[in-house]
Design a protein around this ligand. Structure first.
Ligand SMILES: N[C@@H](CCC(=O)NCCCC(=O)O)C(=O)O
Length: 256
């Protein structure tokens, strides 16, 4: 039987001295393995391709994490010294893809940068002080840790009772990795909070648009999902969304 096809966004990166369309394999492999789908990588080349030309071939869209930050102008803040790196090609492509997918009633899921992109697409704003603000918990590991150590940095989130994640995980809280310097400031219109950090910052949200589920998390379920049942469940939800199935099969204690 042919499986659904997930579109997975590429970033503009540099390989050697050349610009490249790239996505870390962990995002692609976790999506394919745990959502049980085929995948197509979508280039962030909005000057060469319109989202409307490809969304008809996709059953759902996965927006990945990335070290790059959204251009604050996208959420109405013109700041000369905003922290980069930027990837304005990805900014443009994802904004068009989110709209085109949801216009067709097709699922859109996001991880970390993808979560931030969806919030902005729904009219929300971002804050850029998630690692430095003493009033917040540390949302990023200290600068001197190595790459693996970055993903070892965790904190708890409270899951919204009755929400998609609380039901799917069969839990009231979860411990999540935290690899971001920016986060949700104003939540986009129509997005329902799925999880909050202990400092109140929104860590996951959901929505339904034209019948299509939207679900996004600030953390990284693609990081070693074999070791984390809740990470697997995030992608299983995506797989169900692409099949038009109910997002949650209510099984008490699902993640335990
Ligand atoms: N740059 C944004 C988004 C954070 C993010 O997606 N981090 C992932 C980095 C690791 C990877 O490449 O997967 C922010 O800092 O908030």
């Amino acid at each position: 039987m042919t499986r659904p096809v997930a579109g997975i966004i590429c970033c503009t990166r540099t390989v050697g001295i050349e610009p490249a369309q790239a996505v870390m394999s962990r995002y692609v492999e976790a999506t394919m393995a745990h959502a049980d789908v085929a995948a197509l990588l979508v280039p962030s080349l909005p000057g060469r391709m319109r989202a409307a030309e490809v969304v008809g071939r996709l059953d759902g869209l996965m927006l990945t994490g990335s070290p790059s930050n959204l251009d604050p102008a996208l959420y109405g803040e013109e700041i000369g010294d905003a922290p980069g790196p930027f990837d304005t090609a990805r900014d443009g492509m994802t904004a068009d893809l989110i709209k085109a997918m949801l216009d067709l009633g097709k699922p859109v899921f996001g991880i970390c940068r993808g979560f931030q992109e969806i919030n902005v697409a729904f009219g929300g704003t971002l804050r850029r002080d998630m690692a430095a603000n003493p009033d917040l918990i540390a949302h990023h590991a200290p600068d001197d840790v190595d790459f693996n150590g970055m993903f070892d940095h965790t904190h708890e989130v409270a899951l919204t009772p009755g929400g998609v994640l609380a039901r799917a995980f069969g839990a009231e809280a979860a411990v999540v990795n935290s690899v971001h310097y920016q986060g949700v400031d104003r939540l986009g219109e129509g997005l329902a909070v799925e999880a909050r950090a202990p400092d109140g910052v929104v860590e996951a949200f959901s929505a339904t648009v034209n019948g299509a589920p939207v679900l996004a998390v600030q953390w990284h379920p693609e990081w070693k999902p074999a070791q984390n049942r809740q990470s697997q469940i995030f992608f299983e939800i995506f797989g169900r969304a692409l099949r038009g199935a109910p997002l949650v099969v209510d099984t008490p204690g699902a993640s335990r």
